[in-house]
Write a protein that binds this ligand. Structure first.
Ligand code: AHR
Length: 499
């Protein structure tokens, strides 16, 4: 296999928005309880926040955090999570009991502990509506002097939370969603709610729900209806996508980035068509606010059942990621970066324990899953960078699901310090790939490379073997006459830094 990437310093695609490295904390399973919050844990602080998890979240480099759901938000009463009365409630989305011990104030405080990260708050447009969304906004963003802003102050937060970015519900196209709506029903509710929220705070950045997967039967028509109704009052439309190996077809799984890429491009086309139809100069970006590998049909994803069975913080969606999952995951990050001109925000779903880069044991240790590594490396190198409009030529191969695909997929990013980072994946399951990068003019003499590859593609990190899969320093990269040459192992993800 051979592939080339040609970088011309005169052609840039887009600045990388740091929100591209966002993540997601939902009240689901053990993401909050025994994940980020576990009073009594040996590392917990006075507020019950696990310090070992805080350290790992910082190392991961996650930025904006989406909260509190997810499917959970569609039945959530935000008032239950503030003040002194914290009622137990049924969480029908995950068939669990929500204790409400952790709520909005706790989340804001936790974010200040991980470095003042931005909160992306979702409102409930499933069982609730415009009035409750406006009340929540009054509570969070009005300084003082109204019933709800004064209630926030009485609850210990003198300053407003000033939340800028808001999701107008979650996956309202999904029949599984509490309060699921048709495109027309949702479009009107989202439009009215967005307009009302802007009456309170015109500077908000609002995210309207797009499709909960590329394969939804309503995909396309949903975006068109929703955008036509809400266009001038929203800043983002969401995309959600999860990938898994199906029937052992690893070749198609390794090419999952192809699907994500076409999903983004199709949504971007609908945004452009809507702007043209409405004769609007307003711009709407994509918030890819749920993405990951997720074995949705597997045992860990099965919710509890039974009228008398509503456990607190059950083990749910606790997927253990393998080396090949991390390679696919790295390719999804490459795909988001390649589309940085249209995707201005993204949230890795989720952050801790639930389809997550970080795992914890109640009372015990926290460790990094395989997917932690490509995320942390990409976030560190690309967060403040600018994506080159580089040219990629790759040999191709056939996959059952996506037809002919590029075997090698790569993106290059110019760093603030003038260094160039290239993130590259070899999607071939069995063959090495000879990969070369033609650098732009400049005095580049040093190259460093880290690679994630395991001969056993199913190798994973577990509580017992926490560092089985890590990034390895790869000394294979050579630089000569402005060209970097390297051999990429099969089913591998690499980051190459040139200085
Ligand atoms: O991230 C897990 C779930 O996936 C979210 O709650 C929902 O929005 C999506 O279907």
């Amino acid at each position: 296999v051979s592939a080339q990437l040609a970088i011309d310093g005169d052609f840039m695609k887009a600045a990388v928005d740091s929100r591209l490295f966002g993540s997601f904390v939902e009240h689901l399973g053990r993401c909050v309880y025994t994940g980020i919050y576990e009073p009594g844990h040996p590392t917990a602080d006075a507020d019950g926040f696990r310090q070992d998890v805080i350290d790992l979240v910082k190392e991961l480099g996650a930025t904006t955090i989406r909260y509190p759901g997810g499917n959970f938000v569609s039945g959530y009463r935000w008032e239950d999570g503030v003040g002194n009365t914290r009622p137990n409630r049924l969480d029908t989305a995950w068939h669990s009991t929500e204790s409400n011990e952790f709520g909005l104030h706790e989340m804001v405080k936790w974010l200040s502990r991980i470095g003042g990260n931005e909160l992306m708050e979702a409102v409930n447009l499933g069982t609730r509506g415009t009035e409750e969304a406006l009340q929540l906004l009054e509570y969070t963003n009005i300084a003082e002097g109204t019933a709800l802003s004064d209630e926030r102050r009485a609850n210990g937060a003198a300053d407003p939370f000033n939340i800028k970015m808001w999701c107008l519900g979650n996956e309202m196209d999904g029949p599984w969603q509490l309060g699921h709506k048709t495109a027309h029903e949702y479009a009107r509710l989202a439009a009215i709610t967005a307009a009302g929220m802007r009456q309170i705070d015109p500077d908000l950045e609002l995210v309207v729900c797009g499709s909960s997967s590329h394969s939804m039967p309503t995909f396309g028509a949903w975006e068109q209806t929703v955008l036509e109704e809400t266009f001038e009052n929203v800043d983002f439309i969401s995309c959600h996508a999860y990938y898994q190996a199906e029937h052992g077809d690893m070749e198609s799984f390794l090419a999952s980035g192809v699907d994500m890429d076409s999903f983004i491009k199709e949504v971007a086309s609908i945004i452009d068509a809507t702007a043209a139809k409405l004769k609007s100069k307003h711009s709407v970006a994509i918030s890819f606010d749920e993405w990951n590998v997720w074995y949705q049909d597997a045992e860990p994803s099965r919710s509890p059942e039974g009228l008398g069975n509503w456990p607190l913080a059950p083990h749910l969606l606790e997927d253990t990621y393998t080396a090949i999952d991390a390679v696919v995951f790295g390719d999804l990050l490459i795909t988001l970066l390649k589309n940085a001109d249209r995707v201005r925000a993204a949230s890795l779903a989720q952050l801790v324990n639930v389809i997550a880069p970080i795992m914890t044991e109640p009372g015990g240790p926290a460790w990094k899953q395989t997917i932690f590594h490509p995320f942390a490396m990409t976030a560190r190198l690309a967060k403040d960078g600018t994506v080159f409009d580089a040219q990629q030529v790759s040999q191709q191969h056939e996959t059952a699901k996506y037809g002919l695909v590029d075997t090698v997929n790569a993106v290059s990013v110019l760093g603030r310090d003038g260094s160039i980072s290239v993130f590259v994946v070899n999607r071939s399951l069995h063959d090495d790939a000879e990969f070369s990068v033609k650098l732009p003019d400049g005095d580049f003499t040093r190259v460093e490379m880290s690679t994630l590859h395991e001969d056993d593609v199913l190798a994973a990190n577990t509580r017992e073997s926490q560092n089985r899969v890590v990034l390895h320093n790869n000394t294979d990269a050579r630089i000569k006459d402005g060209v970097v040459k390297v051999t990429l192992p099969p089913a591998s993800w690499s980051a190459i830094v040139v200085k």
